[in-house]
Design a binder for this molecule. Structure first.
Ligand SMILES: C[S@@+](CC[C@H](N)C(=O)[O-])C[C@H]1O[C@@H](n2cnc3c(N)ncnc32)[C@H](O)[C@@H]1O
Length: 354
């Protein structure tokens, strides 16, 4: 298999989760190599539209093979989702897919510096056009900052010892190569789960930090739901527990917003309203998918649907009226959904903008 190939995870499940309407507008916020985008386009009709984003210039370059006029590809982090849609003149969308984490080409291309399997410059940025590399971070950060990153994002119990060793070793020339980092970490981490490289957790932690992965996710989930038309779907595939925790809590709180304590006199109309309902249970790859693509073994897909007129949400706990409050603060999205749509050319590929 070529270094530039990515096998899409939970492909059929994710596309089914979007419940695609032929004339709908969809966002694939993590284009990668376009596996999910291709399947979404296959389900869309002639009047449908797909807007895809990726922050990795290599993903954008790979997208140049997509010549479908219904498709627009934008080089941007998904936290800029709102600005991208505004610039394209799109007010509301019918579905958003986030397949977060890294692509196989990012992991398999040595120069990306994301893997301890190759000796290469310690970069780790998904967007190679901007931001601090992992080497730059390790050169300037304090020991306690490095420790916090490795502990919080790698859930690494040897974070203190690793940070101490890295600061002692960085000297004048810093830690500039993946091989150097992997060796330093392996000297400190002497016990590890079977089959796992001692530097796995440290590499994951630095990559999450350099790319602000958890912040990107936390910022984008509410923005995506805000832009959904009533009935629109948000589908998120995550790959480790830190990401999944954020997705799960966000969807739970959006479906069941915390209510004031019982007995507090609040009018039903003033109670926090659900903005989504949860769709089904979390989905995991089948044994066959894991056998064919072991990298997907930790994937989980969660789906929520925007509530609004004609789309029932869960009853808010403690609602004195005992009825769903859905849509109480929502305008009819269906009516306004297309009003701001301006036709744009096939794709908007470029340096950080639309
Ligand atoms: C798992 S891959 C997606 C694979 C894709 N679904 C496919 O089928 O080919 C994740 C992609 O999301 C991109 N990505 C991760 N975080 C991002 C962010 N905050 N903004 C934009 N793109 C992001 C990565 O650059 C990578 O290309």
């Amino acid at each position: 298999m070529s270094v530039d190939t990515h096998v899409s995870v939970l492909l059929a499940e994710a596309v089914a989760a979007l419940a695609i309407q032929p004339a709908g507008i969809y966002v694939d916020a993590t284009f990668g190599r376009g596996g999910h985008s291709r399947a979404i386009l296959d389900s869309l009709g002639a009047a449908g539209r797909l807007i895809a984003l990726d922050r990795d210039p290599a993903a954008i370059a790979a997208g140049s093979s997509f010549t479908d006029p219904r498709f627009t590809l934008v080089h941007a982090p998904f936290s800029e989702f709102d600005a991208v849609l505004d610039k394209l003149g799109v007010a509301q969308v019918d579905g958003v897919l986030l397949d977060i984490g890294v692509s196989s080409p990012q992991l398999n291309t040595p120069e990306r510096g994301m893997s301890f399997r190759f000796d290469a410059p310690l970069d780790m940025r998904m967007d190679t056009t901007q931001g601090e590399t992992a080497a730059e971070f390790l050169a300037r950060a304090s020991q306690s900052e490095i420790e916090r990153v490795i502990r919080d994002y790698g859930e690494e119990r040897f974070a203190h010892a690793i940070a101490k060793a890295l600061v002692a070793a960085r000297g004048e020339h810093g830690i500039s190569r993946t091989g150097q980092l992997a060796t330093l970490v392996a000297q400190v981490v002497r016990t590890r789960e079977p089959g796992q490289h001692p530097a796995t957790r440290s590499f994951q932690a630095l990559r999450i930090h350099v790319n602000r992965e958890l912040e990107e996710l936390s910022l984008t989930l509410p923005r995506a739901v805000e832009r959904l038309a009533p009935g629109g779907r948000l589908a998120v595939i995550s790959f480790h527990s830190l990401e999944d925790r954020i997705v799960k809590r966000f969807m739970r709180d959006a479906a069941h917003p915390p209510q004031p304590p019982k007995g507090v006199p609040v009018r039903a109309v003033d109670l926090p309203q659900p903005i989504v309902k949860l769709v089904g249970k979390a989905k995991f790859p089948s044994a066959a998918e894991i056998a064919a693509n072991p990298r997907c073994r930790s994937a989980v897909l969660r789906v929520a649907q925007k509530v609004g007129p004609g789309v029932d949400g869960p009853r808010p706990e403690g609602s004195p009226l005992g009825e769903s409050q859905d849509g109480a603060r929502q305008k009819s999205g269906a009516a306004q959904r297309r009003t701001a749509v301006t036709p744009v050319g096939g794709r908007g590929v470029g340096g950080g903008g639309v």
